[in-house]
Design a protein around this ligand. Sequence first.
Ligand code: NAD
Ligand code: LMR
Length: 332
Amino acid sequence: MAKDPVRVLVTGAAGQIGYALVPMIARGIMLGADQPVILHMLDIAPAAEALNGVKMELVDAAFPLLKGVVATTDVVEACTGVNIAVMVGGFPRKEGMERKDVMSKNVSIYKSQASALEKHAAANCKVLVVANPANTNALILKEFAPSIPEKNITCLTRLDHNRALGQISERLNVQVSDVKNVIIWGNHSSTQYPDVNHATVKTPAGEKPVRELVSDDQWLNSEFIAVVQQRGAAIIKARKFSSALSAASSACDHIRDWVLGTPEGTWVSMGVYSDGSYNVPSGLIYSFPVTCKNGEWCIVQGLSIDEYSRNKLDLTAKELSEEKDLAYSCLS
Ligand code: NAD
Ligand code: LMR
């Protein structure tokens, strides 16, 4: 029997990531090849014509799984009945703007969209925040949508996770699908900690630790970390725009694994509400290793953390606490 369609909201749908993401969702890459979808696309009034153009292209692409498209600048219409919300819309940093100015614009957007989601989304709607500062926007959304379960509000660090897999695969000249269990800890920013201490590679002789296969500790402890931390900036430098196809693809990975589950023995990185695991302060949206089953994520427990890693986990937590304070000062 055919499944009922799932309603998926994409905010900022006329932007770069939106343009890459909506066809992926309509093709079944996010929710599976047997899952019909109805796309809800939100953007702001100046982008209304472009948004309508995206809608026209979705119709023209004749996606079999796409059962409807709502393209709107009305946040209530956009949020009504949605089961999944991918929050990409936001205010980009412009020349001469201070960090606080960008934060201020974005946290007030996320505060008001939190209320719309809380009132109008389907019960148990799952939320993924992509727009930067992703962790702090997600935290503000959580704080101003108190009736949405905190487990349902997450942010994207899967792109960083995938970047880490990509770097290891290039270095070892192995298939990226044979590398697993890297971890991104903390903020989606240059203080994030890409950790390979528990990562493995599938080889003909079984699974081997990345640290055994990459004998160059110096590369793993410095260049690898810096490349992953700085990859977003490197893409902006090369393309003059921030990452879009990789961000869209990683957003699909994040939701697919959350909804359909992670493979046995594999974890992924998600920005989730901290419960104090690994002595990360609770009350932050922080990226942890998680496994997913039956539509729920669960932080992987019991991993050993050496002193070097501990300092890195604490540093990125400190940045997130500062961002949280800044966000609240912008709202007051
Ligand atoms: P973009 O500027 O091309 O698109 C953003 C869109 O959001 C625009 O169409 C804009 O009109 C719209 N928008 C602005 N305010 C809005 C509002 N209040 N409601 C709805 N829509 C609104 O930007 P992009 O390249 O698509 O990137 C989007 C965001 O994602 C940026 O914040 C970027 O920094 C972030 N990003 C995050 C990651 C990650 O891994 N977390 C990766 C890449 C980019
Ligand atoms: C990325 O990681 O590619 C983006 O978050 C970079 C950015 O600043 O938009």
